[in-house]
Design a protein around this ligand. Structure first.
Ligand SMILES: [Zn+2]
Ligand SMILES: [Zn+2]
Length: 333
């Protein structure tokens, strides 16, 4: 007796009926079904790849994205499975605090709705250091993705429209988590590069303080330094021994998967926001490409001369950290 067969709607081959997979009123063979569909990582529903609101690695269906965009302000400890955008291993996860506009679920939903139109890029969290605001948290993205594909212009416009400030509130930070994997293939490589990052922060603290638009007092409270040592690895050893203020350090090393840069004051000025990401990108470049002695010999002037991203150059000029030439600039918001 012949086994019953069916014809796959995609490859048109005849297959045994036991392999029939129904989807959207059509029948497919298993291979073709997997080629055009995937499963939502939240609800498990099958949907077409072209409707994916996440990534290939972490697929998300439109229904779950819509639910997410109406979820309001999450708990401080909310930590969803990360969705990585762009190519690695250097991923930046951004936490942008905004204040003075109310801690409203409706505002969080309005911001998420302009940001997460096709993909889940951000969510909103409660932050105890704010008076009447919230924290906007991005999924990890490559720097290129942040600069060219992420909906930061829309997020910033919506936050301003809703009456929020960030720089002007005085309470807000802009924190950036950089994946540890960005600093090298092994823990040893990573530690050596991270030590050079710490050295860079200690050596150029005055310039970075100016860049950050924080006061020294604010940094002592929320993002303190470890203290200068003449060798990069001595600063890392000092930090690892629990000196400094743990997670309230300018470069927070307490997370297993990321290094968190906490020094920068929040901003809803797009150029300043992008310049901050570009600065950190350049610091990573330098820490990865230079030896200990090269980074020790590098002056701030040499460092900024190598900065080419237009937003970063503009911002360095505004803060008189580039060259002494007057520059027209808009007020911080
Ligand atoms: Zn097929
Ligand atoms: Zn789903």
């Amino acid at each position: 007796m012949n086994e019953p067969v069916f014809t796959c709607a995609r490859c048109r081959r005849e297959r045994p009926a036991s392999e029939r997979r129904g989807f959207d009123d059509r029948d497919y063979c298993p291979r073709c079904l997997d080629a055009i569909t995937t499963l939502c990582h939240i609800c498990g529903a099958r949907f077409r790849l072209i409707d994916n609101c996440g990534t290939e690695a972490v697929p998300l269906c439109k229904t779950c994205l819509d639910i997410h965009n109406r979820a309001g302000i999450r708990d401080y400890c909310h930590k969803p499975r990360p969705i990585f955008y762009g190519s690695g291993p250097r991923y930046f996860g951004v936490e942008l605090e905004i204040d003075d506009g109310g801690e409203y679920d409706s505002s969080a939903n309005a911001i998420m709705s302009v940001a997460n139109t096709e993909r889940e890029y951000i969510y909103c969290k409660h932050d105890g250091s704010l008076d009447e605001g919230l924290e906007i948290v991005s999924h990890p993205m490559s720097v290129d993705y942040h600069l060219n594909a992420a909906p930061w212009p829309e997020i910033i416009d919506k936050a301003l429209e809703l009456g929020y400030t960030s720089h002007q509130a005085g309470t807000c930070g802009l924190h950036v988590h950089v994946s540890r994997a960005a600093f090298g293939p092994t823990e040893e490589h990573q530690d050596a590069a991270i030590a050079r990052v710490l050295y860079f922060f200690e050596k150029h603290w005055e310039e970075l303080l100016k860049f950050s638009r924080r006061t020294q007092k604010q940094l002592d409270d929320w993002a303190s330094r470890y203290g200068y040592r003449t060798e990069p690895k001595d600063i890392l050893d000092h930090a690892k021994k629990g000196n400094g203020r743990g997670r309230y350090s300018a470069v927070n090393l307490t997370n297993p998967d990321t290094v968190e840069f906490r020094m920068f004051r929040g901003t809803l000025k797009l150029n300043t926001f992008l310049a901050t990401l570009q600065l950190l990108d350049r610091i990573c470049d330098v820490a990865l490409s230079m030896s200990d002695s090269q980074i020790k010999d590098m002056s701030w002037t040499t460092f900024v001369t190598g900065c080419t991203a237009p937003e970063l150059v503009q911002y360095l000029k505004e803060r008189r950290l580039y060259v002494n030439e007057p520059v027209a600039c808009e007020e911080e918001v």
